[in-house]
Design a protein around this ligand. Sequence first.
Ligand code: 5AD
Ligand code: SF4
Length: 440
Amino acid sequence: MHKRYHLTTFGCQMNAHDSERMKGMLESLGYAESASRDQADLILFNTCSIRERADNRFLAHLGEAARLKREQPERVVGIGGCWAQSVKGEIFARFPFVDVAFGPGQVHKLAEFLTSDSLTAQGYFEFEEFTGRLPGKRERDFQAWVQISVGCNCVCSYCIVPSTRGREVSRPSAELVAEVRQLADDGVREVTLLGQNVNSYGRDLHRPERITFAELLRQIDAVDGIERIRYTSPHPKDMREDVVRAHAELPSLCQHIHLPLQSGSSAVLKRMRRTYNRERYLDRVSLIREHVPDCAITTDIIAGFPGETAEDFAQTLYVAEQVGYDGAFTFAYSPRRGTEAASLPDQVPHEVKVQRLELLVEVIQRHAHERAQRFVGRELDVLVEGPSRTDPGRLRGRTTHNKVVNFDGLAAPGELVGVDITGATSQTLSGHESILSRAA
Ligand code: 5AD
Ligand code: SF4
């Protein structure tokens, strides 16, 4: 009988990627995936620590793992990822039933632990190896994550990531291009390049490996079979003209840029240590609009950062109005331990954060809805992902703008098909496969 594992993933796309690698590694050790936690010999969590809510969600699940371990003490409970990294050694004192804990740069150590005879709990927290080099198990055959770097050299005062994922380290470009070629040979059509700050890629490398992010995009675009390239997340400070132009010039680079704003107030941005101000951010947006007029622009915004006044927040609304985002992730500021902002004076009361979020969401939604109308009446290429979540009789896919489309059609997952867009809300588009209207 194979041993069985159950893995629960929290957090961002980097964690989704790391989990695919954990699964690949476990399967190469002979483990099989279990659909339920209570059937598993190995219960794993890949955790996130970005906001307090992420911590709380995870702790609720951990309670169940504790119960299952009590019932069957030979079960192994493992915790990986950013939350594990942020509390490190405390894990075993607070949660004595945990057998193994590891940070994001230590996924490979899980294999070492499982294959050793060690009976004592182990924690591994020093960055050592790119998770991207481990064997993978992809969620979908035609889409893949490619980890281009780990860590982050920024010092954004609200963010726990620099402390959980360490300094930025880029993977050599030749290795990345070879990996993408291999993926293309394997049937992958869309790759998403991942890093905490993708567009500062390469600055830590030495010649001849040292290339810019724009050049990396160019080399990956040249790989046969790769039809779509996405990346996340870039930092506005590093959004140079060469990267913007690449969106106009490279056929496979998607017409979508996620450009985290965080705040529209230059004073708040300064206290966030974002190293750009409102004007510079808006400048980047103009550059994108100039070179790639149809490009979708999305963002992340935090409401209620310490010291944010009504006037500061009005500036955020103003930028949101001015840019007219295609979509946004909005967050209430959540103090994270060990970060500079957590100890700033003038923390904003919860009710004020909630009120501001509501106002912000209204502006974001209104523009997202308006912006989406430009697609109605057009035929867009859609990469089919599978059945629609709302109506299994229809299909679901994404446009180059990263818009979800629910549509009538006959195409198979992984196919790139033309879809006539007939309707648009702030979140999704709808339509039908063009071939159907041509046949009629
Ligand atoms: N509180 C609220 N939002 C945060 N983010 C990061 N740290 C915090 C925090 N402490 C948001 C940022 C980032 C996104 C991934 O999460 O907007 O871009
Ligand atoms: Fe991802 Fe940040 Fe959460 Fe870590 S803390 S999983 S890097 S969002």
